[in-house]
Design a protein around this ligand. Sequence first.
Ligand SMILES: NC(=O)c1ccc[n+]([C@@H]2O[C@H](COP(=O)([O-])OP(=O)(O)OC[C@H]3O[C@@H](n4cnc5c(N)ncnc54)[C@H](OP(=O)(O)O)[C@@H]3O)[C@@H](O)[C@H]2O)c1
Length: 355
Amino acid sequence: MGSLPDCIRTLIILPKEMKKYHVAIVGATGLQGQECINILEQRKFPAASLRLFSSDKASGRKVFVSHREMAVYEPSSQAFDYANIAFFLEGAGTSTHYAPLAVQAGALVVDTSSAFRLDPWVPLVVPEVNLRDAAKHKGVISTPSSGVIPLVMVLHALNKRSRIKRVVVNSFHSVSGSGARAMEELTTQSKLAIEGKAVAPHIYPHQIAFNLLPEVDVFMDDGYTREEWKIGQETRKILHVDDLPISATAVRTPVYIGNSLAVNLEFASSLSREDARGILAEAPGIKVQDDPTVSLYPQPWSAARTDEVFVGRIRKDTSCDNGLALWIVTDNLRKGAALNAIQIAEAMLRNDSTP
Ligand SMILES: NC(=O)c1ccc[n+]([C@@H]2O[C@H](COP(=O)([O-])OP(=O)(O)OC[C@H]3O[C@@H](n4cnc5c(N)ncnc54)[C@H](OP(=O)(O)O)[C@@H]3O)[C@@H](O)[C@H]2O)c1
């Protein structure tokens, strides 16, 4: 390997004997990218170096990493020449274009976009659920959409006790799932609305401040949105249950961070709320917050900036024989995106199955 370009700096000093990896982040100036940098630092990811990429308009801009300024560059065909791991935290277009170049350069790509999620040759992975699938990667591992990650963690845990026959999910998505500009729009609109002034929507088709929009991603011919369709497709792929019936309704909410899911499950045999609570309390990455007597249940406000999937309001679904209803909340930028990607990379490093 030749000398490293200027834009590569040592992120964390590690003991000499520990293997270190050259890391690239695409989408470094975005919400997911910034969260990714934070989490790599918090978890002391064994990074020998870090290269940051964003769109051409941010090229040359500086971001802070470990209290030092680092330049951000536009990706190019040589961008990944030194990378062992490349986190793709931008949209599907950027991943489709640049991820193959990163793989060609020898990097393991962990992609949070929808570009490859349903490709049969790409593992779609939540480490607590189907880490084994990751070993079959051919250079790219995808992470699911932010609502699917908490959903499959809960389904996987409960399905071990009693087979799940049917899933109905209503998902409530925060504006941070649409990027930094959507968060700014919520702030601007909220101020204008409080002042009684006219609100002009830009990111969403209607005002999001003080409103709910049952439209996440584009509408399809059958009346479902693409987000609702993805919830079904991705969940079935991760759980390896091709015929699991799932119906979803996805709603955009005026919440900055945190996705919430109201879920109704039908099981092959009965599962009491006490048993479900016990199973979920033992499941990795899940925290039960469920005490109606003191109004304890998960909320996006308190789940923001945390790493767990929170579950509460666990109760019998009285509309069928073996049903349960529950409420799930998680931080869509952390476990819903960047953290899940980093956990995948960490698991691959433990087995050292990077290319
Ligand atoms: N946030 C979530 O919960 C979540 C979860 C899963 C997936 N997603 C999806 O992931 C994408 C990014 O999310 P985000 O929240 O980080 O969005 P964001 O805050 O809008 O940031 C987007 C990032 O991508 C960069 N970028 C744009 N075009 C690029 C290009 N051609 N090449 C390289 N980098 C480019 C932007 O750079 P500039 O600063 O130069 O514009 C910025 O760093 C969105 O499409 C979102 O729908 C989001």
